[in-house]
Unconditional design. Structure first.
Length: 151
């Protein structure tokens, strides 16, 4: 009977470990906290945008990040900031408020992630402006940051 209890314990422990691994495997991220960290950066970025603090919005990008602009590839966080100001800001403030929906975070490697979702710009008496995006993130010394944005 003792041997039976020992096997039962091992089976329960193995099933529990597999279930825990499968929960993390849904995103493939190295740690469950990676997805939360990326979401926190996006939340911080959107909050900065909504307060009219472009440098806080740009905090999500690495200095050498790239994005797709109307004329092709835009290189560097300063150029990305210029693009945002020209397209979405007036008089030093964003035209509309920003939030993200339908976020999905998938691991590409232990230190890279693919984030897809929808941005929503709303308010100011204007129709909502929405679009889908794909971003690539890297684990940096400063935490998770965007290295490419295709919005």
């Amino acid at each position: 009977m003792r041997q039976h209890r020992g096997w039962t314990f091992l089976i329960v422990a193995a099933v529990t470990a597999c279930a825990t691994q499968m929960q993390s495997a849904g995103t493939g991220l190295r740690y469950p906290s990676d997805g939360a960290a990326i979401r926190a950066v996006l939340d911080t970025s959107a909050a900065g945008w909504n307060r009219g603090e472009l440098p806080v919005y740009l905090y999500a990008y690495t200095d050498s990040a790239t994005t797709m602009g109307p004329n092709g590839l835009v290189r560097g966080v300063n150029a990305i900031g210029d693009q945002m100001e020209k397209g979405f800001w007036r008089s030093g403030r964003p035209i509309q408020q920003l939030h993200y929906e339908h976020l999905e975070i998938t691991s590409l490697s232990p230190d890279r992630a693919l984030v897809t979702g929808q941005y929503v710009l709303s308010g100011s008496g204007r129709a909502n402006r929405t679009g889908w995006f794909t971003t690539i993130w890297a684990r940096t010394r400063a935490g998770w940051r965007m290295i490419h944005d295709h919005s």
